[in-house]
Design a binder for this molecule. Sequence first.
Ligand SMILES: [Cu+2]
Length: 135
Amino acid sequence: MKKLVIVLLVMGISCSPTNLPESTVTVIAKEMSFAPAEIHVDSSKTVKLILQNNGGAVHDLIVRNLDPIGAPDLHEHNHHQTHSANAEIGDQIHLAAAPGEMASTVVQLKAGRFEYYCSVPGHRQAGMRGLIVVH
Ligand SMILES: [Cu+2]
């Protein structure tokens, strides 16, 4: 049984000096789609982007040509360290998760629209792509 869980939490911690993300978005990957296919985030908030792989194959989530800030969060809810280097910060976001696992990173995105997709050969063409809209 597959459960689609979409979490968009505004935690209201803008006064806090901690590095906790101000919102969380969970993307569910399976063969061959992402849910939600369209993500809406706020450019004024840091976002914890979580890739949850509910499929039977390895999937990843890539966004190119970004200028994100923040650092990978590899601690929370991640007891599997086999992909401890699964988040990459630079001009792109790259999260990869084995079946049943998850990966996450914290970013803050510029306003705009960005395509995201799975870079496993054939998956993007088969439907594993979506849109991140930053307001
Ligand atoms: Cu995939």
